[in-house]
Design a protein around this ligand. Structure first.
Ligand code: GLN
Length: 297
């Protein structure tokens, strides 16, 4: 099936009729906006003003292939090659997890909190950085901070480095397995903020996942074994217990179904904790401090 005409309003209509069984209406509208922006550089207003215009054949073909890809549940961010995170353009490929709005919310919260405290946030460590989105957003918000970002995947680090460069941020990237204490031990500084969105989806949760996540996001960034789902929280918690600066803050994105267990894990390591809900009301983030250092925010 081909897009029947190269008139803008017909292209829009085609996406809605062809894909309505697969995606909700609101999501389809967003896809259309994102594709017109990526392929033609049009914002929503320009799209509205040009609905009776026609586009050329080669652009039309791009819309055709985008629709075919969406039928296969290829993520829109992979189709256009980027996503926007906290106002920064982040390139994504199948080597990195597509940054999620929940993570964006956590970064915004942390940045506001540190600014509100007027904390001298001079050293930041981002573990399991993936595309580098968290480190890049924080470095831009705290330009004088010394930001280190770590990942196990050289392919992810290549994307993260590229993202840091295109967003004009100076971040120190390192290849490291967070689960290996001997590797983490190479990071000898103390940090005002240690932040991470580690893999936290249990293998048994695969059955409930959408094909655009399951078939396209890297499994390495998502899954943990059912018999030890908190392995990253234990490793990061142990490291943070000895490497947070006085009044330092540990902030972790979490699996909503494991919020009680994650809290317990951090208490065992000596932290005070606080859970934060995401925009859907699910516990999505835990912040932790060591008792002598202040209160978890
Ligand atoms: N929130 C992501 C998802 O549901 C998972 C991110 C992660 O494992 N860190 O796909």
């Amino acid at each position: 099936m081909h897009i029947p005409s190269n008139r803008v309003r017909d292209i829009e209509r085609y996406f809605h009729t062809e894909l309505s069984g697969r995606y909700p209406e609101g999501e389809l509208r967003m896809f259309v906006y994102m594709l017109f922006e990526a392929f033609l550089g049009w914002d929503k207003t320009q799209l509205l003003l040009h609905r009776d215009d026609t586009i050329n054949q080669s652009d039309l073909l791009r819309f055709h292939w985008a629709a075919e890809d969406l039928k296969q549940y290829r993520p829109i961010q992979h189709i256009i090659g980027y996503t926007d995170f906290c106002g920064f353009r982040i390139r994504v490929t199948p080597d990195v997890l597509v940054p999620r709005p929940e993570t964006e919310e956590i970064v915004a919260h942390v940045a506001n909190h540190l600014e509100h405290l007027q904390a001298n946030c001079t050293t930041i460590l981002d573990l399991c950085t993936g595309s580098g989105c968290i480190a890049i957003a924080l470095k831009n918000r705290f330009p004088t901070a010394d930001v280190t970002a770590v990942d196990i995947s050289p392919a992810a680090l290549a994307i993260a480095r590229d993202n840091a460069q295109t967003n004009h941020t100076d971040i120190h990237f390192m290849e490291m397995d967070v689960l290996k204490p001997t590797q983490l031990a190479a990071l000898t500084s103390s940090y005002d903020l240690i932040i991470s969105n580690p893999p936290y989806v249990m293998e048994s949760e695969r059955a409930n996942m959408q094909p655009n996540v399951l078939n396209y996001d890297p499994a390495l960034a998502l899954f943990v074994p059912d018999n030890d789902p908190l392995r990253f929280y234990r490793a990061i918690g142990r490291y943070a217990a000895t490497h947070l600066a006085p009044q330092g803050l540990l902030v972790l994105e979490i699996n909503q179904v494991l919020s009680a267990e994650t809290t317990q894990q951090l208490h065992t390591l000596g932290f005070d904790t606080r859970l934060h809900p995401d925009f859907q009301g699910n516990p999505r983030c835990i912040s932790a401090t060591l008792p002598a250092c202040g209160t978890a925010e």
